[in-house]
Design a binder for this molecule. Structure first.
Ligand SMILES: *Cc1c(COP(=O)(O)O)cnc(C)c1O
Length: 727
């Protein structure tokens, strides 16, 4: 038998790779976020140095900087990694060059003129902190699936060098916000260059000066993500900070960010030689892009303002995400004039005319300029993000089409989905690979393929789930004890944190933004009843919470405090955990390990919700209000529904009813089903429900299905209009 080292040498000779060659392959892998949804590549990076991998926030570029090519080679030899690195590299090359992917067969007309997808945040991986929450993660999943399906698409956003805040709680459980400078050189960024290889800078003129931005490029599989950054010497100090933080600053900062990403984004694409056939505006933040497209069309084709508006709208897809009227960006006339004035001069329209594009009541001089209104007026294809949200949005924007009935308001819906390879654990993936059809892939949107999940042996499903649950409990203990250490708490508290929760106990997870309408504290509405449930000697339950409150949202922070401080109540100390700094990494651990995923927003304020879809992929059962995606997903056998899909006009009454329903469900359905085990200790009925959930929901709420819907119902018609935008 050859020793592992000899084998490694032999493989190495076969591969014929030098230390530098090996290092370059690893670097190439680290420089395309394709790696982030390939477990075999993640495991390869991790195994190079598991402790540093964790400490460096799962960032492979930072990890590789700690290796010389020689040391990397040594490590690869020890671990016999040559073939794994080589195979991963070749797989990525094949992926990048694959000409047979779905879109190649479906999207002829998009070929030369890609979709330009605009979003103010992108959540691709925890190591690239340019997202805050659901909207960003949705954008990230959208572009990953566009890559998977080979849809011709480029993405445009802002580069934030501080990103969103890091959350800590002080000893009183009060949220502290901290902004850290991102190590830019550790991100997979390169300068975006034009056809001649020159770096590009765009400028946006305002009445009070010019804002400059340069453009960076990030590779997300086959999709190029272009990020504008104003941290340039040419800018005034205040403008250099403009793109430092996501959702930082006041309304003036916000409009300046939005002209940079919307107007600057369209200019950047032109400078890059990219001619979009479709503009997809993800939320109203980027609606100014339409006005720049109109300007270019007027200049290039000599069209009138009116004609150019019609033409641009024909090529524009607008997605609204906000069922709360106050949640839409609105700017007053003076901010609009300061920032859009020079563009307006070129459009040849008056201030009031411009304002009217952002007003419902076009003649009302007191109405501010609403970005969603602009988006709706300058797009032919508008959609909400779930069926119920479509209904709510048509009601909300009926005012823009007063001559039509509510059902005829031209806002449809395409329900959100999640990128399965990013959210399904490799343990579940491996289980399905063993049991399902040979051509099973996580990416399949064919329902018949997923039916096979119901035929897998319940024992195996349970074993896989419990392995994941144990990993989650270990993660929570690690994080909670670290939190206590950071606060300088006594040793006995830190020690106790190392044993918090019990992997045998029914575990309910709640991870989301602490906006008050999400009612994180609903389950605390009857503490005595909750204490009885948590401490039942036979059938206890426990809870894991995580989530950030907006820095200005004190009621949201009070919710966090209430939950975090349950650790001081002996009835709950071991049954409640609050994990600080909810991000993609925390979310991934939670949705992969909990038994039940709880969602109890005040209906109908949750536009879609996507974390519950991530939970589905790993076999967690949703316990949710019939709002957002769950209103169309729940079929009586694939999870649990809180309430009956109605709400009272009076919030306190709704809250009381929903709280009662939540307790009833947990007490009378969830707990009995979970603890109803057969002679082998298996909760067979529960496992059946897990299998029903995965087989009925995984494909329907996948980002591949979502992107395919956008392609067929929005991008294709938008691209196939009479003539294409911007020659
Ligand atoms: C998926 C995700 C969200 C969105 O969750 P909702 O269910 O829509 O509230 C928010 N934050 C992070 C980090 C996520 O991964």
């Amino acid at each position: 038998m050859p020793t592992p080292e000899q084998t490694a040498m032999k493989i190495k000779q076969n591969v014929g790779i030098t230390p530098q060659g090996l290092y370059d392959k690893c670097t190439a892998l680290a420089n395309n976020l394709w790696w982030s949804w390939h477990p075999e590549v993640i495991n390869m990076f991790r195994s190079l140095d598991p402790i540093r991998w964790r400490q460096l926030g799962h960032n492979p570029i930072a990890l590789l900087r700690e290796f010389t090519p020689e040391r990397l080679e040594l490590r690869a030899a020890e671990l016999v990694l040559y073939t794994r690195i080589d195979q991963a590299y070749r797989r990525m090359q094949e992926y990048m060059n694959n000409r047979t992917a779905w879109a190649k067969r479906h999207v002829g007309v998009l070929g030369a003129k890609p979709v330009a997808y605009f979003s103010l945040e992108f959540g691709v991986h925890e190591s690239v902190p340019i997202y805050s929450g659901g909207l960003g993660v949705l954008s990230g999943d959208h572009i990953k699936s566009a890559s998977g399906l080979a849809v011709p698409l480029v993405a445009v956003g802002l580069f934030y060098d501080q990103g969103y805040f890091k959350q800590h709680l002080n000893t009183n459980g009060w949220q502290q916000e901290e902004y850290l400078d991102t190590m830019v050189e550790y991100l997979p960024l390169e300068p975006a260059v034009d056809q001649h290889g020159n770096k590009i800078t765009v400028s946006i003129e305002t009445r009070t000066g010019i804002i400059y931005a340069n453009v960076r490029k990030m590779k997300v599989g086959r999709v190029d993500l272009y990020l504008l950054d104003t941290d340039l010497e040419a800018n005034l100090p205040e403008d250099r900070e403009l793109t430092a933080r996501l959702y930082g600053g006041n309304n003036r900062t916000r409009i300046r960010q939005e002209i940079v990403s919307g107007i600057g984004g369209v200019r950047a694409l032109r400078a890059l030689g990219i001619t979009p056939g479709v503009f997809h505006l993800n939320e109203g933040h980027n609606s100014f892009a339409t006005l720049e497209a109109v300007r270019q069309m007027m200049r290039d084709d000599g069209k009138t303002f009116q004609d150019a508006c019609v033409e641009v709208a024909q090529h524009t897809v607008f997605t609204t995400h906000t069922p709360v009227p106050a949640g839409h960006d609105r700017f007053d006339g003076s901010l609009i004039e300061e920032h859009l004035g020079p563009l307006r001069d070129q459009l040849g329209i008056s201030h009031e005319h411009l304002m009217s594009l952002g007003r419902v009541d076009t003649g009302n001089m007191n109405e501010p300029f609403c970005m969603t209104v602009l988006g709706l007026k300058l797009s032919r294809y508008a959609n909400a993000v779930a069926s119920l949200h479509g209904y709510v949005s048509r009601k909300m924007w009926h005012c823009l089409w007063p001559d039509r009935s509510e059902e005829e308001v031209p806002i449809g819906h395409i329900t959100n989905g999640v990128h399965i390879p990013s959210w399904m654990s490799w343990q579940m993936t491996t289980l399905f690979e063993r049991h399902l059809q040979r051509d099973w892939s996580q990416e399949s949107i064919d329902p018949t393929v997923w039916e096979g999940v119901t035929r897998i042996d319940p024992g195996e499903v349970w074993e896989t789930h419990n392995a994941l649950k144990n990993l989650l409990v270990a993660f929570v203990r690690r994080r909670i004890s670290r939190q206590c250490r950071r606060r300088g708490e006594p040793d006995e508290i830190i020690d106790r944190a190392r044993t918090v929760l019990d992997p045998q106990v029914l575990t309910i997870g709640f991870g989301r933004r602490f906006a008050t309408y999400k009612r994180a504290t609903l389950i605390l509405s009857d503490l005595d009843r909750l204490a009885r449930l948590c401490n039942d000697p036979e059938r206890p339950v426990q809870f894991i919470f995580a989530g950030k409150a907006h820095p200005a949202d004190n009621p949201g922070k009070e919710f966090i405090q209430t939950i975090a401080n349950l650790r001081n109540d002996p009835r709950f100390a071991n049954r409640f955990a609050f994990i600080e700094d909810y991000d993609i990494n925390v979310c991934r651990h939670m949705v992969q390990g909990v038994d039940v995923w709880l969602n109890n927003p005040r209906r109908p304020l949750e536009a879609s919700g996507t974390s519950g879809m991530k939970a589905v992929l790993n076999g967690a059962l949703n316990l949710s209000i019939l709002d957002g995606w769950w209103a169309e997903a729940y079929d009586g056998t694939n999870g649990f529904a809180i309430g009956n899909g109605t709400q009272h006009v009076d919030d306190p009454i709704t809250d009381a009813r929903d709280g009662e329903s939540l307790f009833d469900l947990i007490e009378n359905q969830v707990i009995p089903l979970y603890y109803d085990t057969d002679e082998h200790g298996l909760p067979v009925k529960w496992i059946r429900r897990m299998q029903n959930s995965i087989s009925t929901l995984a494909w329907r709420f996948s980002a591949h299905r979502m992107v395919a819907d956008y392609v067929l119902n929005a991008y294709m018609p938008a691209a196939g209009g009479v003539s294409c935008i911007m020659k």
